[in-house]
Design a protein around this ligand. Sequence first.
Ligand code: PMP
Length: 455
Amino acid sequence: GLAYEQVLAIRREQLRHLGLTFYREPLLMYRGHRQWLWAADGSRFLDFFGGIVTVSVGHSHPRVLEAMRRQTETLAHTTSIYMTSAVHQYVQRLSRLFPQPLSVVFLVNSGSEANDLAMLLARVHTGNFDLITLRGGYHGGVSSTMGLTSIGSWKFNVAHGFGCHATMCPDVYRGPWGGSHCRDSPIQALRQCTCPPGGCEAGDRYVEDLRDVLQCSVSKHLAAIIAEPIQGVGGVVQYPRGFLQAASELVRERGGLYISDEVQTGFGRLGSHYWGFQAHGVTPDIVTMAKGIGNGFPMAAVVTTPEVAESFSEALHFNTFGGNPVAGAVGTAVLDVIEDEGLQMNSECLGKRMMEGLAVLRDQYEIVGDVRGKGLMIGMEMVRDKGRREPLVMAEVNEIWEDCRQMGLLVGKGGLYNQTFRITPPMCITEADVDFALSVFHVALHRHSVRKGTA
Ligand code: PMP
């Protein structure tokens, strides 16, 4: 392969739009195996970001590779004008994972494409135009979905977002209501909700803001509301209990659908549930998925009801690579591995272990403001001090993050101020990996306090 300096030069020139900023010394990756990544210089990393939540069952999983190889050798591509068993078997398997009436599958190639299709389906089906999205949400970077994405740093200064209206992000940590309460957390020790069962004041208040948006910003008719069950790029933000149920009800009253963006939350990652919407107790009309669906193979899907899909018969809809046989074989292998290796349960158990460990760090360090998440979708939000909840300045967050990398642990970052560490490893990690990651965070946080003279 190319030498490090050559790769760097190409990155600087021909790939300049990607930037060089991910780490101070950009990593040249060479190999992946399960939860491990190796750089070209031989250094090994524990991958706790999973290619931005894309590696679901582990890098280069042998069963996924074997399925891919076999299908590639037999028949790699025909387009969906012909039938292939690999694709049809996959569609049957995938649709069985959803409650009725969600049973019709569209296969596409990326999360942005899936959400673009979901917007189109909702608009065609309802005959309405306006869409509701949540501030802090990320739904893709193509022109249409850029309008749904509600994080300024991902928006270009071009005409976009026609008909997309953002309501308040129901963030119980950083938002005005909720404090650290009302979160649907799997850990009793972290659950401090004082609301009566079935009622949550914070949720009601954020729903009030949505009522305002509906009254002030849109017509009486809606196409849909779209939401991630837990915001990913936005910084692992969880909503108050009952919020999505009430919000989707308001939208449905105005003729709109509920779209659940499961690009990061699907396929068992949340541990307690296979799909994020199940944790909110409301069944969507459309579900979009990507990333972990193919464990790194570029594929994505939209699942909806026969009724919604029927509206699409008025015109042709075609996608050259969507639903190719290799994607079918890979997708089926991923579902098999999640089931056979008990990865949903692993996410539940190890996510709990990780969050309990991080909660100890939160109680020990002034700059760890909040620890939250579900299963192996975990956030650790960094603050200047716990009382004021002001985000920790980016340079300091970055130092801790670089330090983790130096110790062999890769994690992500997110949130409006880049203040939240995102922990989303492949679901095949072990207890030893969790304990190693916790020690690395502990050392990095301790070193930070030594630098600041607060140790
Ligand atoms: N939805 C969510 C929740 C995402 O996190 C992402 C990617 N970060 C997307 C949609 C867009 O997916 P893609 O990058 O495959 O277009």
